[in-house]
Design a protein around this ligand. Sequence first.
Ligand SMILES: [Zn+2]
Length: 108
Amino acid sequence: MAKCPLCGSSLDWAGLIEQMLAIENADEVFRDREKFMEAFEDFVFKCPHCGEEFYGRNLPAKEAEKVFELLNEFKGSIDWENRKVRLRLNSLLALDTMLENWDKKVKG
Ligand SMILES: [Zn+2]
């Protein structure tokens, strides 16, 4: 799970993505994996717990890619009018990790 690199608090992916929705051409960026990852790594996020700022590259890239997939997989995942994320990204990521581990267990 994503954690603030400065204070160590757990971060909510939906909240992080909502910070990114303010960027220019966000609707375009959120449809293109390469553009999204580039924008993500260079984006300056603000931790809602300690208020410090850090770059997206300090967060797990694998989770960011999964978040991109989830946002594109579900129609209406982003409420563009209100700049809100409608998906519970942390729950979906946790579920995904659980299934991955289960898969490994079964195959192992
Ligand atoms: Zn923090």
